[in-house]
Write a protein that binds this ligand. Structure first.
Ligand code: CA
Length: 695
């Protein structure tokens, strides 16, 4: 009797502890806290802050009236020289961050004191498979654990107290060259994660795991497998009717590499899917077809992973038009009626507003100049695709380019202004087909584009592009489908966006600053040099009653492809995590400008026919990471120092820099071919020497 009574009291106490558990245990996030996240505005508990992924903070301590007093509170150097794309989480005074190679850290959010560091020892061979750098866009938190997804495919739960691993599962099907760069999301005790790989050949999917145990709960494939094996879902039988040929042998693409949003009332998960893989439509699906669910927004039931509805933004994709960009949920009044909407500004240049209950298209208008399509057929929801956009061997100038009108840089939405904020790139690219392209399962060179030889047509196109390529931060009204203001930039590469109730929009800029703009007008209110380019989206939080703004800054990722910000005079330090507050007095160290090591390799003895072969091989194997024509990329190869030139074969064939993400290419190219690539790079360095050496 007494025992029972004690037990009852024990349960009661346990219940009370659970109710109050919030601040008492680290990262004790649960469904109840996430549903009322706006009542604890000082926390940033999920990568998009809330289930609706708005990246809007209700905090007002830092506002349009005082943001000019923002100063550095603390910073830490990150031990990498690569792109950093993560938005940190901040929960009850602890900041959780993730660096390249998925090194995960926790800091006292007010002081920057490191609490723990966990290195999952990512297999460096996967560096070569990542199309766009060894990045991660964030972590998730749930009931005392931090969840990270690694480049090499593991989903790992670590104890939020000390960073010690609790469980780890492999999320990959072994057939395809997958990587993970996206942030996991947790809802209702389930961790959801997708992957990347459609630049090679891969079959996209997302998987939900039990947050407590790591047990797989469901998996949803985004493109059908071999019909002979039967379909794992009726939705796949439907999707298979939009494919022809033997697509399953080469993957199909549609990888879910970034956006995920969750509606707890509708119990739906929304995923954005990537481009078709391989890129050429008629190589992937010789008889045509829309190729579902490539380049689509798909709603699946959160509990079961079963298909609910889809909206395909780009049927017949062969332009790398992923629909993986930020998916934001909001309740908007449209034509006098309250609507539950989903918003996305994917690569293809349209800003979409969908009914998130049914998937019905409410509106879609171009947010950037486009010529691949001429509007959307409102009756069918399909884009009116310009037939010339299905290019062949002759170059066709298209916009947006494969980098998209908007890429992964997170979009923010302010319910206060009713505006969506995101960086826009108007980019003209000459597309032409390598007509002898044959897809190879598992290879990472599946674009099927011909190398950028400079014939007369292409030269004219490049000149047109150089005059018309434009970049800006937009404030987009999703109800009116109109731009309200824009802030122009000289080069692409500005970062993701944070919006706050202080009537502010924060963004890292290509000028090497973190800037704050008036959310209603776009007027610049504050701008601080950070010795780096912050491509990641900032977050804001409170610790000890004070509001802070935090941002990761590390130039790289896909945005660095063919972009060289040194021309703007931006000095680049090591990657950093920087945290600001009103009256912050911390100072960055004096900048050490790297002028050492610039080397002009002699052209004497370099065979011109070899450089042509090298150009083709470079475009096929190297441009994905190192930029078209060797401009920009994760390492600008026109800036190799003398020792690197000397070790070129040891690196490319011998794998000497595998630890830094450059694994051997011996399985794909011969020593002679590597020599040809080297000859091409020597030629390119000499061609651009004047501009390189003047910077
Ligand atoms: Ca892609």
């Amino acid at each position: 009797m007494l025992g029972k009574k004690l037990l009852a009291i024990g349960l009661l106490v346990l219940g009370a502890t659970q109710l109050m558990a919030g601040p008492s245990a680290p990262a004790n996030v649960d469904q109840r806290r996430m549903l009322s996240a706006d009542r604890e505005a000082g926390n940033w508990m999920s990568v998009g802050r809330t289930f609706d992924e708005q990246r809007f903070s209700p905090l007002t301590q830092i506002n349009e009236g005082n943001v000019s007093q923002l100063g550095l509170a603390w910073y830490v150097d990150l031990p990498v020289d690569r792109g950093v794309e993560a938005s940190p989480l901040v929960i009850d005074g602890v900041l959780y961050n993730i660096e390249p190679w998925n090194v995960t850290t926790a800091y006292d959010a007010a002081t920057g004191k490191q609490l723990w560091r966990y290195d999952p020892q990512v297999n460096r061979d996967f560096g070569r498979l990542a199309c766009c750098d060894i990045v991660s866009r964030g972590v998730a938190a749930w009931k005392g654990r931090i969840y990270l997804a690694t480049l090499d495919g593991r989903l790992i739960a670590v104890d939020a107290k000390n960073g010690k691993p609790v469980w780890s599962v492999n999320t990959f099907e072994p057939v395809w060259p997958y990587t993970i760069t996206g942030a996991p999301r947790v809802y209702d005790g389930k961790v959801i994660i997708g992957n990347a790989g459609a630049e090679g050949s891969a079959r996209g999917y997302v998987t939900a795991y039990d947050a407590a145990s790591g047990k797989q709960l469901w998996r949803f494939h985004t493109v059908p497998g071999n019909p002979a094996d039967g379909y794992d879902d009726p939705a796949m039988a439907m999707a298979a009717k939009t494919w022809t040929g033997e697509w399953w042998k080469i993957g199909g693409g549609g990888t879910v590499w970034d956006a995920v949003a969750y509606d707890p009332k509708l119990k739906l998960i929304y995923i954005g899917t990537g481009n078709g893989g391989p890129w050429p439509w008629k190589v992937r699906s010789p008889g045509g077809g829309d190729n579902l669910f490539v380049s689509s927004i798909v709603a699946v039931h959160a509990d079961t992973g079963k298909y609910a509805w889809h909206y395909q933004t780009t049927p017949e994709d062969e332009w790398d038009f992923t629909a993986t960009q930020s998916i934001i949920l909001a309740d908007l009044t449209i034509a006098g009626k309250p609507r539950k909407v989903l918003m996305q500004a994917p690569k293809n240049g349209f800003f979409y507003v969908l009914d998130r209950v049914t998937g019905e298209l409410i509106s879609a208008e171009p947010y950037v100049a486009m010529n691949w399509a001429n509007g959307i057929d409102k009756a069918t929801g399909r884009p009116n695709i310009n037939p010339e956009a299905h290019f062949g061997a002759n170059p066709v100038l298209l916009t947006p380019g494969p980098a998209g009108g908007h890429n992964w840089q997170p979009m923010a939405f302010s319910p206060q202004t009713g505006l969506a904020y995101f960086p826009v790139t108007e980019l003209y690219v000459a597309f032409s087909r390598n007509t002898s392209f044959k897809p190879v399962a598992g290879s990472m060179s599946q674009t099927g584009l011909s190398a950028s030889g400079f014939d007369v047509t292409r030269k004219a196109m490049a000149e047109y592009a150089a005059k018309h390529n434009t970049v800006w931060l937009t404030a987009w009204d999703p109800v009116a489908q109109k731009e309200r203001w824009r802030v122009p930039f000289p080069l692409r590469g500005s970062g993701g966006v944070l919006a706050t109730a202080g009537n502010l929009v924060f963004e890292g800029t290509i000028h090497g600053t973190l800037a704050a703009f008036n959310a209603a007008t776009g007027a610049k209110l504050w701008d601080s040099p950070i010795q780096q380019i912050a491509i990641a989206a900032p977050v804001t939080f409170t610790a000890g009653g004070e509001q802070y703004v935090a941002v990761n800054a590390g130039w790289g990722g896909g945005l660095a492809h063919s972009v060289d910000p040194r021309g703007l005079g931006v000095p680049l330090s090591k990657a950093r995590l920087l945290v600001f507050k009103l009256g912050g007095k911390a100072a960055l160290p004096a900048m050490h400008i790297r002028t050492d090591g610039l080397y002009r390799p002699p052209l004497v003895g370099v065979d011109i026919s070899m450089t042509r072969t090298g150009e083709e091989l470079y475009a096929r194997h190297c441009a994905g990471c190192h930029g078209e024509r060797a401009v920009g990329g994760v390492k600008d190869l026109r800036r190799m120092d003398k020792p690197t030139h000397g070790e070129f074969l040891d690196i490319v064939i011998g794998g000497k820099r595998k630890e830094r993400g450059m694994a051997s290419f011996a399985d794909l190219i011969s020593r002679e071919e590597a020599d040809a690539i080297h000859a091409y790079l020597i030629k390119r360095t000499n061609e651009d020497w004047n501009s390189i050496s003047e910077e």
